[in-house]
Design a protein around this ligand. Structure first.
Ligand code: 4AD
Ligand code: MG
Length: 464
């Protein structure tokens, strides 16, 4: 059997009948009688299965005993036209090898549908379900499309560090990285932790964003993007937050906020269109099984111009709406997901880019407006998701940046290198961050962010 080259099922299903082939994969279902057995085999290359037909005059009951849902097989046989409906070809089996059986009494994935909650508990096996196969293939396609989009535009992929000694968002929700003995922490004379004894000689943490280093790249290479994991230690147990998530952060020299909004809109539309063009079978499956409006919603985003309006105007709409919100809204408050979704889903019924937020609720690096109250922030708000992108034009003036850092009483020791770029050849520049899993929530129609990443990390959960 090993003399033949394995053919993936995605390939097989495009072939004409008439050749001998070798397939390998996992059994989804088996049915039949004394004379004939039908096995649906899946190898992960597509959501579609290949049907294998075992003529029981050529195989013994004993040979087929280990062929149960979940078992892994290699089968050699002839590719023939299928008489049954639902598939154009099937395989008449000649040879069977069972790589690994799966005990029907204990294999957790049986034919019936399982709840998403249950599947999260078996993260080691859930990739073998149709649903998660679709989601992870789409995840791959979106990652590829992101690199393609930026590469085609001449942006450079910049690798920013995962371990840093600065807090990019100034928000403080960071995971500490240390090799200190937690049972015997070295203290300085003031009684605090003596980080000079730690691995890096100072306090270090997992990055919350690659932006600050991304800006250094943009101010040298012109147009860069990052794409990597980021970490937030906030105790947010919501269907839209992860402790470890992936972020795409383009950063562009000579862009103002308008250019930044144009890029963000073009980028999302490109990705959504890419999924419709390249993930047809997977999207169709998710559309049929979970969300009958999924494909329609994806198409409508491509065809719609995003609304652009200021935070101030957005708040006015919310206050006049007569809607009763859990968190009341007034100028100066940070918008909650219920507010964002009201604007997107009820008021405008399309994606919204909100700009010029109060400086108090946004990060220190954003460009200050002349009104002294707002900054050149932009959040892209999406149906069902809320915030999918956060970004801004950056403060390029040394004086203003230092002023804001002082106002916020942030230490400058860990940011000296960032501040220096405003001293030497500063330039207007902008950028944004797209939450990869938020994008995937939108594209797959899933409702919980833990279901669009293979192995989610969230408070009290780091299994697998
Ligand atoms: O709005 P955020 O915090 O912005 C930044 O980190 C900036 N440095 C980006 C930039 O301008 N370069 O995060 C950006 C996006 C959010 O809009 C959201 O999509 C996603 O990252 N995000 C999360 N996704 C999952 N889980 C979390 N806990 C997230 N926090 C933010
Ligand atoms: Mg944000």
């Amino acid at each position: 059997m090993e003399s033949k080259k394995r053919v993936k099922i995605s390939e097989l299903l495009k072939r004409e009948a008439g050749t001998d082939v070798l397939v390998k994969g996992w059994v989804r279902t088996k049915r039949g009688n004394k004379n004939i057995s039908f096995v649906a085999l899946n190898d992960g290359s597509t959501v579609n299965n290949i049907q294998i037909v075992f003529d029981m005059s050529k195989f013994t009951e004993e040979q087929l005993k280990g062929v149960n849902t979940g078992a892994c097989l290699a089968v050699e046989g002839s590719l023939v036209s299928s008489v049954g409906s639902g598939q154009s070809v099937e395989i008449q089996a000649h040879l069977l090898e069972i790589y690994g059986s799966a005990d029907p009494e204990t294999y957790p994935l049986q034919k019936k549908g399982h709840s998403m909650e249950f599947l999260r508990e078996i993260g080691h096996l859930r990739p073998r379900t149709n649903t998660f196969g679709c989601i992870f293939r789409i995840r791959h396609a979106m990652a590829f499309a992101i690199h393609k989009f930026f590469n085609d535009k001449g942006f450079f992929y910049l690798h920013t560090p995962i371990i840093t000694a600065s807090d990019a968002e100034g928000a403080g929700a960071m995971f500490q990285v240390t090799t200190l003995d937690l049972n015997n922490i070295p203290k300085n004379p003031e009684g605090g932790v003596n980080f000079s004894d730690d691995f890096f000689g100072k306090a270090a943490n997992l990055t919350v964003s690659g932006q600050l280093e991304g800006e250094l790249g943009a101010l040298a290479l012109g147009e860069i993007y990052t794409f990597g994991p980021t970490f937030r230690a906030e105790n947010s147990n919501t269907p839209r937050h992860l402790s470890e998530f992936w972020m795409i952060e383009p950063e562009i020299a000579f862009y103002d906020i308008k250019d930044n909004m144009d890029l963000a809109e073009e980028f999302i539309k490109y990705l959504v269109k890419y999924s419709l063009d390249n993930c047809t079978d997977d999207l169709k499956f998710l559309n049929d099984m979970f969300d009958k409006e999924l494909i329609e919603r994806l198409q409508s985003v491509i065809d719609t111009e995003f609304v652009r309006l200021s935070y101030t105007d957005g708040v006015e709409i919310l206050m006049k709406s007569g809607q009763k919100f859990e968190y009341p809204v007034s100028w100066g408050t940070d918008l909650q997901s219920e507010h964002e979704r009201y604007l997107v889903e009820k008021h405008f019924k399309k994606p919204v880019i909100l700009t010029d937020y109060p400086k108090e609720i946004k990060a220190f690096y954003m460009k200050q407006n002349d009104d002294n109250k707002t900054v050149r922030a932009m959040d892209v708000l999406f149906p069902k998701i809320g915030e999918i992108i956060g970004g801004s034009q950056r403060e390029e003036s040394l004086e203003k940046l230092e002023g804001r850092i002082k106002e916020l009483e942030m230490g400058t020791e860990s940011l000296w290198w960032y501040i220096e770029t405003r001293k030497f050849g500063t330039a207007p520049h902008s950028g944004f961050g797209l939450g990869f899993e938020r994008l995937l929530l939108f594209v797959t129609g899933m409702s919980n962010i833990r279901d669009v990443i293979p192995f989610p990390r969230s408070p009290k959960n780091a299994e697998f």
